[in-house]
Design a protein around this ligand. Structure first.
Ligand code: T3D
Length: 261
């Protein structure tokens, strides 16, 4: 794997922990962080030893969104360029990563920081986490996929309220409205997230990857299309050695040992 300056990347037992590491700026996304984060997702995608990923932030925040100091630099690229060339590829890389990603939201997530959390497959948060759809507060519109992810998670009316008012959503409220699936004590967040990722890593990798595709397609498809797509993916999964291993483990009453084949 390549080296990083503002991203931490550690792989243990099939789980990669990717850490946004600019704590003094609440892990705000400057050019370097966006570039390294994209590279990190490409690196973990290419590493066969990695079977699940945890995304978290260093220090007291998850991610404060776009680095506003960088945005105020007169030499900063225009917003349209920045979103198209930096944010969109990052969000797509996360969605297309053929491995599950767990967001461990350790503190405040704002603006595009919320987008990063929403682009993950599962989200757990510490009691101190909060979500601020900060775009309207600074005269901007939702970007980095928020307008796509948020209504699907919390419903269109609540999404409109969160995006238009920008009020912070505390962790327990985020759990209540379906923004995160679980809230845990801050001290145990990383352990809980890596534990969850370890369970995902122990599953059959091809089935996990195809499940991610099925869920993505299901957001858009008609029932007929979704049924057909499921059938085509099941045909692929059914031919894997891991499916044979799953059946063998069932009949031998032992845990399956999936190898990604
Ligand atoms: O390219 C583009 O612009 C397009 C993309 C846009 C997508 C977006 O993400 S738009 C949304 C950008 N983010 C925000 O508007 C959030 C701004 N930050 C805040 O509202 C607050 O900082 C938080 C609610 C996140 C946290 O509040 P609090 O009170 O816990 O912390 P704080 O004191 O405000 O911040 C602590 C430090 O982090 C502070 O630095 P200092 O004074 O100690 O040197 C603050 O300036 C810095 N910081 C916080 N957020 C950002 C940031 N620095 C740069 N960029 C930030 N986004």
């Amino acid at each position: 794997m390549t080296s990083y300056t503002v991203v931490g990347l550690e792989v243990t037992n099939g789980v990669a922990v990717v850490t946004l590491d600019r704590p003094a700026a609440l892990n705000a996304l400057d050019r370097a962080l966006k570039t390294e984060l994209l590279r990190a997702f490409r690196d973990v995608g290419a590493d066969r030893a990695v079977r699940a990923v945890v995304l978290t932030g260093a220090g007291r925040a998850f991610c404060a969104g776009q680095d506003l100091r960088e945005r105020m630099d007169p030499a900063a690229s225009s917003l349209g360029v920045e979103v198209r060339e930096r944010y969109n590829p990052l969000i797509l890389a996360m969605r297309r990563l053929e491995k599950p990603i767990v967001a461990a939201v350790n503190g405040v997530a704002a603006g595009a920081g919320v987008s990063l959390a929403l682009a993950c497959d599962l989200r757990i948060a510490s009691e101190t986490a909060s979500f601020v759809l900060a775009f309207a507060r600074i005269g901007l519109v939702p970007d980095s996929g928020v307008s796509w992810f948020l209504p699907r998670l919390v419903g269109p009316a609540r999404a409109a309220e969160l995006l238009m008012l920008g009020d912070p959503v505390a962790a327990l409220d985020a759990e209540r409205i379906g923004l995160v699936s679980r809230v845990v004590a801050g001290e145990t967040l990383l352990e809980e997230a890596t534990g969850l990722a370890a369970r995902l890593a122990a599953n059959a990798p091809i089935a996990m990857s195809l499940t991610k595709r099925a869920l993505a397609r299901g957001q858009e498809a008609t029932l007929e299309d979704a049924l057909e797509y499921e059938a085509s993916l099941q045909a692929i999964a059914g031919r894997t050695a891991d499916h044979a291993e799953g059946l063998a483990a069932f009949s031998e009453k032992r845990p399956a040992r999936f190898r990604g084949e």
